[in-house]
Structures are given as C-alpha cells and as structure tokens.
Design a protein around this ligand. Structure first.
Ligand SMILES: Cc1ncc(COP(=O)(O)O)c(C=O)c1O
Length: 380
C-alpha cells in the first residue's frame, strides 16, 4: 500500500469486534482476563491498549520501521528514548534542536550523568572531532527547529555506523510524508505528534519508531516502566489527523513556498530561512533526501526586537502562539517562547536571534496569509 492508503488503513482496521470504520476508543484502564495468565491480548492500558496499537502500527508503517510507540507528549517520547543510555554516555546533538530537547538534555539528563555536545551537524569533520570513547548517540533534527537547517542524513548515518553510534531523528517538522529517515539507515525516529501528525492543535502527543527487535523490546520496556504512554482518546485524535496527513502536507508546503517567496522580496525582512529556497544552504540536500520542503518558514526582521514587537501586535490571521502544524497559521518568537530555555549566549551563538520569528504556515487561502503579512510588515 502507498502512503495515503496506509495513513487510512494501516493497523487493525476496520475494528475486529463490530467492523467500526472509525477506530474505537478503548477508554479503559484494564482488561478482563479469561483465566489465570490468559488475556485477549491486553491486560492493562499502560502496557498496551487497542486504540493506541492502531496508532502505533500506523506510524511504524508510515515511517517504514519495525514497531511504533505512542507517548503522552513529544517530550515523553524523547525522555523515553534518552533512557536507552546509561550514566557516563555521551550524546552529540544538533545545536538548534527544539528548545525543550535542549532543556531535557542539559538541565535534566545531564544531572543523571549523561554528557552532551551540541554542534551544527553540517560537516563530517566537525562531527567526527566531537566523538569521544563514551559517545553512544547522534541526535538529529532536520529541518531543525527553528532555523530550518538541513542535516545530510546519509553523511550522519555513515559516521554513526563507522563509530558504532545509535542515530535518532526527530522527524516532527518533515513528517514521514516528506522524509523517511529509516530508509537512510537511521535507528530510531521520534515525533511530537502534537504537530503535523495530529495536525489540528487539539492534542499533545509523541511517538517513537524502532528498527530492530532489540530496540523494540527496550522501548516497550521503558514505556511501560516509565509510564510515558499516550491516552486512548489522544491516540484516536492523532489517528484521525494522520488520515489526512498527505493532503495537508501538500497544502502546507504550497502555502509555505508562496509565503517564503513573498517574504524573500520584502525590504523589512533581513533573511528568510526556508529549505525550499535556492538560497538556503541546505537546499540541494533537502531536495535530494526529502519529498518536499514542508510548511515551516523562519524569518529575521530588520530592526530586531522592536520590529518583532510591532509585527506580532499587528498580525491578525497568524496568531502569536507556540507549536505548529495545525490548520491555523501561527507565528512565534523562539528567543522568548519555544527556545527561551536555552541560555541567551548559546542561543545567540547558534543564530536564534531576537529578530527571529518562526511561522507555521497553515491551510488558509494563501492570498489572505500574504495580505496579513503585508499589513503586519508595513512601517508603523
Ligand atoms: C521538533 C520538536 N520536537 C519535539 C517537541 C516536543 O513535543 P511536545 O510539545 O509534544 O512535548 C517539539 C515541540 O515543539 C518540537 O518542535
């Protein structure tokens, strides 16, 4: 089955009990045993739940992996994956990853004995120089949040294989519709399903897709032991969202390209970061490894924070809000919102300036979006 079909039919559908076309929400904490040590496949919903299972199978198939797991949030998924490591292990991570990922690594896991190096994943030499005897994992995000940098996945995987490192890809921005990291040899894919997979801004959720039996067993163990799983209702919402993922992503991208082209010509805009623009340093790699460039556009405004304040006060269709990937267009200010947990000097070194705004280009009519940006960028 092809992507669009899998998104609607993967997993056990229609439901076995009554043939329900919409996956039933098994809103139960526990399941009756038939006799001692004999269940109908489920015993307790933290361990596994039939609604969750359909979502997990669907995401696993869309990513082309071995098994999927659904979590309460994207951060719950990441927290679970980072527990595959042990105190004393070292991780090399992209330097402009989601701010919450940075916070989890540097302000939580660091205190449990994990060591992190954050760097721009754009050169084999730089990555190899950061590898130490205790390095165990490469943490990748492409396109990255919020700078939309592109990592050459084949390069990263080749380094990881040579040095026996596990590769983890946060595929939240691209989604499996645009990028399938497992096809390039990535070991684990993580998602904030809060974003495009759910696609409606009405749930927080996360997912992990594995590629080996060993990783599958270990992630299942950690999910159950740590209790990081998603609720049945939230799984149902994400499942409903995934059914339209392909059509939504196509429209997000078409709108984002038009918005990026408009902004690239605007005198109030210092730079536009969108991997679909030929001027973007990752354009060629993105074109090669992705099916499209996605719906996220970051811009830096001339005039810094004062211009940002005026812009966010004036936008009408775009809402000033965290998150991304829903039908409604959103604008956010990474320095004070999504990446506020990064120390200021690190943030600035990475390039997340006070003048940077991240746009999640929604599914509205693109002419209305451009009209809104035009009036918001007018000199006040
Ligand atoms: C790329 C990326 N990964 C992970 C997360 C964390 O996901 P959640 O907010 O669902 O915990 C986010 C949230 O913004 C994100 O943008």
């Amino acid at each position: 089955m092809r992507f669009e079909t899998l998104a609607i039919h993967a997993g056990e559908r229609p439901d076995k009990a009554f043939g329900a076309i919409s996956v039933p929400i098994y809103q139960t904490s526990t399941f009756a045993f038939e006799e001692l040590e004999k269940t109908k496949g489920y015993d307790y919903s933290r361990t596994a739940n039939p609604t969750r299972k359909v979502l997990e199978d669907t995401i696993a198939q869309l990513e082309g992996g071995k098994a999927g797991f659904a979590f309460a949030t994207g951060m719950a998924a990441e927290t679970t994956v980072i527990h595959l490591l042990e105190a004393g292990d070292h991780v090399i991570s992209g330097d402009d990853v989601y701010g919450g990922t940075y916070r989890l690594f540097q302000k939580v896991m660091h205190d449990f004995g994990l060591e992190f190096t954050f760097l721009r994943m754009d050169s084999r030499k730089k990555i190899e120089e950061a590898i130490k005897p205790n390095t165990k994992m490469l943490w990748l995000e492409t396109p990255s949040n919020p700078l939309l940098n592109i990592v050459d996945i084949e390069m990263a995987v080749a380094i990881a294989r040579k040095h026996n490192l596990m590769t983890v890809m946060d595929n939240t921005f691209a989604t499996p519709y645009l990028l399938r990291p497992i096809e390039y040899g990535v070991d684990l894919v993580v998602h904030s399903t809060t974003k495009y997979l759910n696609g409606h801004c009405d749930v927080v959720g996360g997912a992990v897709v594995t590629t080996t039996d060993e990783l599958t067993e270990r992630v299942q163990f950690l999910l159950n032991a740590m209790g990081t799983c998603a609720s049945p209702f939230d799984c149902w919402l994400v499942l409903r969202g995934i059914e339209t993922l392909a059509v939504r992503m196509r429209q997000h991208e078409a709108n984002a390209i038009a918005v990026a082209n408009y902004l690239a010509e605007h005198p109030a805009v210092k730079r536009v970061l969108y991997p679909g623009l030929k001027s973007h340093p990752g354009y060629e790699i993105a074109k090669r490894q992705m099916k499209g460039f996605g719906g996220m556009v970051s811009i830096e405004l001339e005039g810094g924070i004062e211009t940002v304040k005026s812009f966010v006060r004036r936008i009408k269709l775009f809402s000033l809000a965290e998150s991304l990937g829903g039908p409604a267009s959103l604008a956010e200010h990474p320095a004070t919102m999504s990446h506020a947990s990064m120390p200021k000097d690190f943030r600035e070194k990475v390039g997340i300036t006070e003048g940077l705004i991240r746009l999640s280009v929604g599914l509205e009519n693109v002419d209305d979006l451009i009209d809104d940006l035009r009036q918001a960028l007018e000199p006040s």
